[in-house]
Design a protein around this ligand. Structure first.
Ligand SMILES: [Zn+2]
Ligand SMILES: [Zn+2]
Length: 360
């Protein structure tokens, strides 16, 4: 406790006791430390992991069994029985006849019922990701050359990457003209031939222009291995217009992935006002995958994606949109979003299987 309250990143000590202390950190986040005996760890961990809605359900289930549940223990509502301690979360759930539920699902959005029915999803893990299909080099606004990017991806353990620099309308980002794009393709083919442990494919992050057309004509897109289509311009168009624009991209047979769906950058750029029901429906009947952009400033999906996973057949790609080597480290945030949306590896296109296919 002494060490905790004296950390150099502590701005203010809010409370300081033997088993419980609270501090406010320099960047404004509050952090608490609690000390408890190992045999009580499970109840405390599940209680503080939450969410509140999920915990309320657990307490109700405990009551149905004549027990009350709090952060310390299960106790009997009537009689003199000794309290029941749980050293692990598994033990807490077992008391309620449930299997352990992954923290990302604990929202009371059907996870209790799924656990009771034995139908909890096998959630995607970081290790399932084998490819990254959206990244930039110095050809547009990335910080690394093509070769440096390939080396960074290899160092990260990726087996397949797609180079997707910006298209020609992104002038501030030095978007590629058709001529530069086709030159880049030769360079990508040459570098791909050099490596046996990673596949390097050539694509583009093509702008969905304000009038709904794509920034390259279909005959150019057809020459690419993979096309990411993204909204960057005129995000503030009225709902109907921006939705129609997105639908054009979703329905274009050359488009493989819709990049960072709503185009937002949290606290910097407002999201496009897309009619997500309409877009998800169109995605379901097309072969396009929707991107979970791993950049935490994006978070285009929220509950929308949770709806999407319930509707069968919408493919998802989890990409870092890397502009530097460090950006590959954003992937865990994308995985976190996918897990919150109940996704398994099979629903995500850049997991083992498909990458292996491409490899072969
Ligand atoms: Zn983009
Ligand atoms: Zn991008």
């Amino acid at each position: 406790m002494e060490r905790f309250v004296q950390r150099p990143d502590v701005a203010r000590v809010l409370g300081h006791g033997d088993t419980k202390s609270s501090v406010e950190l320099l960047h404004g986040v509050q952090a608490d430390l609690r000390i408890l005996p190992p045999e009580r760890y499970g109840t405390a961990l599940s209680y503080f992991t939450g969410s509140q809605a999920h915990n309320i359900r657990l307490r109700e289930m405990a009551r149905q069994r004549g027990l009350s549940l709090n952060e310390h223990e299960f106790s009997h509502l009537e009689g003199e029985g000794a309290p029941i301690l749980c050293a692990t979360e598994e033990a807490v759930y077992a008391m309620l006849d449930l299997p352990w539920i992954p923290p990302e699902l604990r929202e009371d959005r059907g996870e209790i019922e799924a656990a009771q029915a034995g139908s909890l999803p096998q959630l995607i893990r970081l290790a399932d990701i084998r490819g990254d299909f959206h990244m930039h080099t110095t050809a547009s606004d990335g910080l690394l050359s093509l070769r440096e990017m390939v080396e960074a991806a290899r160092a990260r353990g990726l087996r397949c990457i797609v180079i997707t620099d910006h298209s020609r309308s992104q002038r501030i980002a030095n978007g590629l003209t058709i001529e530069r794009l086709l030159e880049q393709q030769q360079a990508v083919r040459a570098i791909d031939a050099e490596y046996s442990d990673i596949t390097v494919l050539h694509g583009s992050e093509v702008d969905i222009l304000p009038d709904g057309t794509l920034d390259f004509p279909d005959e150019v897109l057809a020459q690419l291995d993979l096309v990411v289509a993204s909204l960057h311009l005129s995000l503030d168009q009225p709902r109907e217009k921006v939705t129609a624009r997105m639908l054009n991209a979703v329905r274009n047979p050359h488009v493989d992935i819709i990049g960072h769906m709503r185009g937002q950058l949290i606290m910097r750029r407002e999201p496009a006002d897309l009619d997500m029901d309409v877009v998800l429906e169109a995605a379901q009947t097309s072969s396009v995958a929707l991107e979970i952009n791993a950049n935490p400033a994006r978070l285009d999906f929220g509950s929308c994606l949770c709806t999407a996973r319930a509707e069968m057949g919408i493919k998802i790609a989890i990409n870092t949109d890397a502009h530097s080597a460090a950006d590959f480290e954003l992937l865990p945030f994308g995985i976190g979003t996918a897990r919150r949306a109940w996704l398994s590896a099979e629903q995500v296109i850049n997991t083992g299987k498909l990458t292996d296919c491409w490899h072969g």
